[in-house]
Design a binder for this molecule. Structure first.
Ligand code: HEC
Length: 199
């Protein structure tokens, strides 16, 4: 328990660029640990006090996140906390994606197969929402890199991307990571373009 709390605590401190306030808090925490070594009552007290110290110390930073609460991670908006975040590109390995003006029909066909297996249960091809948003005009709403990053790095994007989070608020279901290969991601993108009328 002691180790866990220290761990939790140092995690919650890792977002502070100055480390100053966290150091103080950590000192308080250590002294509490030292002064409570024996009975269950004392342990309980310790947990309570440590909890409030963590809460108090974390309060200054709205993006502080303790992993024990999954509900909280659903509504963090770290996009604001990270000035270098590019909401058009999203977060992930795709950066400057070159897309041919002309559709790659073979890839689009491949993408359709992946869609039928992995995406069709939640996404319609019209503008109608099923579990997730309908795919009509999805390639017009979003840059290629954003889509490729979103579908290959879904969980991370849902944590930081304002557009993805807005969709999440409407859909109420968190899109699961789909473990796509890059090839599958590109072919799905071609299929989306075909669905949006690119020839
Ligand atoms: C379990 C349901 C589910 C499955 C399966 C699923 N998605 Fe999603 N998808 C969602 C939800 C819900 C959202 C809206 C964001 C959120 O709430 O997570 C979304 C959002 C998206 C978006 C952004 C749409 C927009 O309009 O901006 C894209 C692109 C996308 N999904 C692609 C895919 C692809 C590609 C697959 C298959 C490999 C897939 N999804 C499988 C539920 C799903």
């Amino acid at each position: 328990m002691r180790v866990l709390l220290i761990l939790l605590f140092s995690r919650s401190g890792s977002y502070d660029p100055t480390h100053k306030s966290k150091k103080n808090c950590r000192l308080i925490l250590y002294s509490i640990i030292e002064s409570t070594k024996t009975t269950t009552m004392k342990k309980l007290m310790f947990i309570l006090i440590a909890g409030s110290v963590i809460a108090a110390c974390g309060g200054g930073n709205s993006h502080t996140k303790i992993d024990a609460s999954p509900a909280e991670s659903n509504n963090t908006t770290t996009a604001n906390g990270n000035p270098s975040y590019d909401p058009n590109r999203g977060e992930g390995k795709f950066k400057d994606v070159q897309i041919n003006a002309k559709l790659d029909a073979v890839m689009a066909k491949e993408g359709e197969k992946v869609y039928n297996v992995k995406c069709g249960s939640c996404h319609k091809l019209s503008d109608e929402r099923l579990v997730g948003p309908g795919w009509k005009d999805v390639t017009k709403r979003n840059e290629a890199a954003w889509i490729l990053n979103f579908i290959t790095n879904t969980d991370a994007m849902l944590n930081v991307d304002p557009k993805a989070q807005a969709q999440l608020e409407i859909c109420l279901v968190r899109m699961p990571n789909q473990s796509l290969t890059d090839q599958e991601a590109f072919s799905l993108y071609e299929f989306m373009r075909k669905n949006d009328g690119i020839k």
